[in-house]
Ligand binder design. Sequence first.
Ligand SMILES: Cc1cc2nc3c(=O)[nH]c(=O)nc-3n(C[C@H](O)[C@H](O)[C@H](O)COP(=O)(O)OP(=O)(O)OC[C@H]3O[C@@H](n4cnc5c(N)ncnc54)[C@H](O)[C@@H]3O)c2cc1C
Length: 614
Amino acid sequence: MGLFSKRKTVFVDADILVIGGGMAGCGATYESRYWGRDKKIVVVEKANIERSGAVAQGLYAINCYMGMQWDENQPEDHVRYARNDLMGLVREDLGYDIARHVDSTVHKFEEWGLPIMKDPETGRYLREGKWQIMIHGESYKPIVAEAARKAATEVYNRIMVTHLLMDKTKANRVAGAVGFNVRTGDFYVFRAKAVIVAAGGASHIFKPRAVGEGMGRTWYAPWSSASAYALPILVGAKMTQMENRIVLTRFKDGYGPVGAYFLHLKTYTENAYGNNYEPTWYENTKELVGDYIDRQPVPTCLRNHAFLEEVKAGRGPIRMVTKEAFQDPHKEQVGWENFLGMTIGQAVVWASQNIDPKEINPELTTSEPYVMGSHATCSGAWASGPEDYAPDEYQWGYNRMMTVEGLFGAGDTIGGTAHKFSSGSFTEGRIAAKAAVNYVNDLGNDQPQVRESEYENLKQVVFQPLETYDVGRNEIVAGTVSPSYLLPIHGLQRLEKIMDEYVGGISAHYTTNEPMLTRGLELLDMLKEDLAYLGAEDLHQLQRSWELQHRVLASECVTHHTMFRKETRWPGYYYRADHPKLDDTDWHCFTLSQYDRESGKWTMDTAPVYHIVD
Ligand SMILES: Cc1cc2nc3c(=O)[nH]c(=O)nc-3n(C[C@H](O)[C@H](O)[C@H](O)COP(=O)(O)OP(=O)(O)OC[C@H]3O[C@@H](n4cnc5c(N)ncnc54)[C@H](O)[C@@H]3O)c2cc1C
């Protein structure tokens, strides 16, 4: 017990607590200050907001911009696009809400110094595609973070949030969060009137293609550790569409982006024998999903499906034809700059593998699955919609409030709203913040209170892996192996193996079925039992321990959802071999889950999909 009593507890009070200072968190912070001039706005981030989150390395394109000032697109067009890409299932109220505000966000980015490329002929933003505009975005994140820093009352960097705190009197009301400083080891208790979770998506729940010392080389940021899902799940917030994991077609081994190549450089793919393989799989795909294959643009998952089938048929590797485009010096420059601004590693991989895209058409691959809410996928928390646009059934409180009172979310955290990307995530943060300020104002004297016993108990729980290690290290039998603890890396590898083999990862060709999922859940249960024996050598490993805890809970949620939806809605993302076809009669709906912390049981349900836009 000595270990715990020595640890300092720091108390922080906030009107609005933003967890995660990535794109959505920075948007939430900025907007909280706009509507809440007198409010105490606190951001807590496990890294440093200057370079944290999925945009840490920079981006080369903003993927969600309507261009309403030039009448390029209207918000309704974006809803249709996202609905089509997600095979019919999106929260149209939430998507519309983001689309109608996203342009103003992008204009702010430009005002704050983000260089956006211009079309020399029209003077408009240079389009990469219908929704994407091109930026010189190496410093995208620092620019956005500066706005958040100036808006926040306090930013607490290097604090990993592990749990949310609930109100003493109202069981379903949030009252704050706890975490620890990953450098000093101090325990932090944040007491807040409203909490906005903006903690990003989830990589490393499925085994990555690159293993061993290369395991950090995933497409989604390796530090996206599912806190966005685990924190709300643990306090009983409902989740939606958690089965809708995403698989990306990207350049092999570096996961360099292909968007600019397809859209701007007009490159295309071919199989090992130089043939266009997508038409080969048209009839097969139609069998599975009906006329979704005839929609334009062809949904992302279905393009993956053709890729996967072609490789299974033995005609891989699939290559991107770059040799033609790269003869044009302008395109060659854009092709390289695209990586230098956001995925330098791809340029390094090509250099190390003797690939000059002017001479050799580079290989593509499909990634391991990720769970997130902002890309061509929409897993996340079930949130209340905008009051002027959401159907009654989608409104139980303030905009972007989850099913827990006072708990809001944005970006990867919120489900049902695909294709928000960086700009849409920031915008959703702004939307959630405006609602959270209203919520706090409406609280009056009825303010949430934390329970001392709850955070004292959590303090014990949070640091337990250090204690377990300290005691167990004397029993090390060989190398790092001890009979009395499990290291976070070992737990992570076990999790990834279970998810990979049983829940539709790469080694199972993204395929699963009910018996596999049932076994997967049994193995996850056993893993959870062992997590009580996690051992952490230092604070860094303590962070890894809690990231693992969050990943395991999110994985359990993904597995329950995958079991519940008895169809294959998104071939190319995953396949239910026992229900191989899309089934619009029974499953044109959202899936919902709720976790009960006391019993450890999950309750599954469905919610209707309302098509608001024609
Ligand atoms: C490789 C790649 C390419 C992309 N390309 C584009 C593109 O070209 N254009 C585009 O517009 N978008 C692109 N995106 C998408 C964009 O990055 C995301 O949509 C956006 O960053 C999501 O915002 P977020 O705030 O939800 O998550 P993030 O920006 O990832 O922020 C989450 C934050 O939460 C913090 N955090 C996590 N857990 C905790 C915890 N427990 N305690 C405290 N803090 C925590 C993280 O450190 C991080 O700072 C790309 C993403 C990736 C990974």
